[in-house]
Design a protein around this ligand. Structure first.
Ligand code: ADP
Ligand code: MG
Length: 160
């Protein structure tokens, strides 16, 4: 695929971050792999909460820092939320049965994907979150056709 444009939006606060996550859920067709890049405290888990809420999850969402992955069986599909911060070696993902997580009936959100480099599939969508003023700027970029569909739909998002 040719290099595609990088899109971005400013999100002023936590509520707007959750809202953008909900829009990801709305725009997704299912089966996407989404990498969430950005330092500690940037809002990756907050964004994940929005995606989960968008698919109908009502409970709390915490980063699965020690278990590495948390499954959420929701009405439309299963969302797997990964936090690879404490992963020592990408090979450990093989023991987790990582390949079974990536199907057309699931959606994978992966915090700290760089820790799993080599053991993870190509992401459909790359998201990067950085600080801007008192809020955050979210950048996103597609790496597959499926990701491009999602990226284009998100272009029209309004979160503020
Ligand atoms: P991460 O998973 O990237 O470590 P978290 O989702 O746990 O980050 O969020 C860290 C903090 O950032 C939380 O206190 C959250 O309320 C705050 N936060 C999230 N999104 C925004 C935003 N758009 N603007 C300002 N603060 C935010
Ligand atoms: Mg987190």
């Amino acid at each position: 695929m040719p290099q595609e444009a990088d899109y971005s939006v400013f999100v002023a606060d936590e509520a707007a971050m959750v809202m953008f996550g909900r829009q990801i859920a709305q725009a997704a067709s299912g089966g996407e792999v989404i990498f969430l890049n950005g330092d500690l405290g940037m809002g990756k888990t907050t964004l994940s909460r929005g995606v989960l809420q968008g698919f109908g999850h009502q409970g709390s969402v915490k980063s699965p820092t020690y278990t590495l992955v948390e499954p959420y069986e929701l009405e439309a599909l299963t969302v797997f939320h990964f936090d690879l911060y404490r992963l020592g070696d990408p090979e450990e993902l093989e023991y987790l049965g990582i390949r079974d997580y990536f199907t057309d009936h699931s959606l994978c959100l992966i915090e700290w994907p760089e820790k799993g480099e080599g053991a993870l599939p190509l992401a459909d969508l790359l998201i990067n979150i950085g600080v801007e003023n008192r809020g955050r700027r979210i950048h996103w970029q597609a790496q597959t056709e499926k990701g491009q569909l999602l990226a284009d739909k998100l272009k029209c998002s309004r979160v503020n």
